[in-house]
Design a protein around this ligand. Structure first.
Ligand code: T3D
Length: 264
């Protein structure tokens, strides 16, 4: 079945400070086409540029989250330069996710395979329905994990599990993914939407600038010495300490009231 309309491959919905982006090619398990790439990047850019957005959720329509590259898309057919495809689409997507000025949640509603699995793993917190699964499907078609997979997997689960997942390409259940530390939480299918919605609103009410600085510091620390990490923490804390949210957080604590954070 063809896509309904190329401009409907990603749906954006807004609830207060939270934007939910739904990958919308359910007939092909929301796999990536050129149109979907363009729509997703544009929607992420729009959320990043809108200072009233304080959390983004990515999920999939239908029974899948995302099955990675659409293998029927001419841009990815054998004979095409896959390095160029990655540079044009997947690399900008990863860079956009890793630099989002707000927390990003992956709500993995079903199977997440290939670049679809790594799309989820590039998000700050991954919640999955119990029936969902994660597949590093690349080896099955003669490729290696992309979309940041080789960088993310050993950091998330360690070298041995990263190799096990990447070399074998077996399906990992959401329960196992949580046990491995690959994802944040696995919840019952019926609870996914409400759990994600509550988490997104909770994150949106938190000090966004501090959350994003925390992500950046934790990622940077993976390749820093302790000395360098300590210096990075001091620099970031100096910047946060000069912001509105620190003043507000301390004032609210003293007044025993709920803080209202606004920095982004
Ligand atoms: O060019 C490059 O490839 C470079 C970029 C690489 C990045 C990558 O992501 S490489 C990895 C690409 N993805 C895969 O290899 C996964 C392929 N899909 C699957 O292995 C299976 O579909 C799943 C395990 C994900 C789910 O299996 P199942 O049995 O639940 O569903 P299904 O019947 O296989 O799929 C349902 C439909 O979605 C089916 O269409 P149909 O027969 O009903 O018309 C299937 O063809 C379609 N579909 C699923 N995945 C893709 C897809 N169509 C196009 N591309 C897909 N990736």
């Amino acid at each position: 079945m063809p896509d309904p309309q190329p401009d409907e491959t990603v749906l954006a919905a807004r609830l207060g400070p939270v934007v939910t982006l739904t990958l919308n090619r359910p007939q092909a398990l929301n796999s990536f086409t050129t149109a979907l790439h363009a729509q997703l990047l544009a929607a992420l850019n729009a959320a990043a540029d809108d200072t009233t957005v304080r959390c983004v959720v990515i999920t999939g329509a239908g029974r899948g989250f995302c099955a990675g590259q659409d293998l029927a898309d001419p841009s990815a057919a054998p004979g095409q330069d896959l390095g160029a495809l990655i540079d044009r689409h997947y690399r900008p997507l990863v860079e956009r996710l890793q630099s989002m000025p707000v927390p990003v949640i992956a709500a993995v509603n079903g199977v997440a395979a290939g670049a679809g699995a790594n799309l989820a793993l590039n998000c700050d917190l991954v919640l999955a329905a119990r029936s969902a699964s994660f597949i590093q499907a690349f080896a099955k078609i003669g490729l290696l994990p992309d979309t940041g997979g080789t960088w993310l997997l050993p950091r998330l689960v360690g070298r041995q599990r990263a190799l096990g997942l990447a070399l074998l390409g077996d399906k990992l259940s959401a329960d196992e993914a949580e046990r491995f530390g690959l994802i944040w939480k696995c919840v019952d299918d019926a609870a996914l939407a409400d759990t994600v919605a509550a988490l997104a609103q909770r994150l949106a009410a938190m000090p966004t600038r501090a959350l994003v600085a925390t992500r950046a510091a934790i990622d940077a620390a993976q390749h820093l010495t302790l000395d360098e990490a300590l210096a990075g923490e001091a620099a970031a804390q100096r910047r946060l300490g000069a912001g509105h949210d620190f003043l507000e957080g301390v004032a609210a604590f003293g007044a025993k009231r709920t803080p209202v954070f606004t920095d982004r």
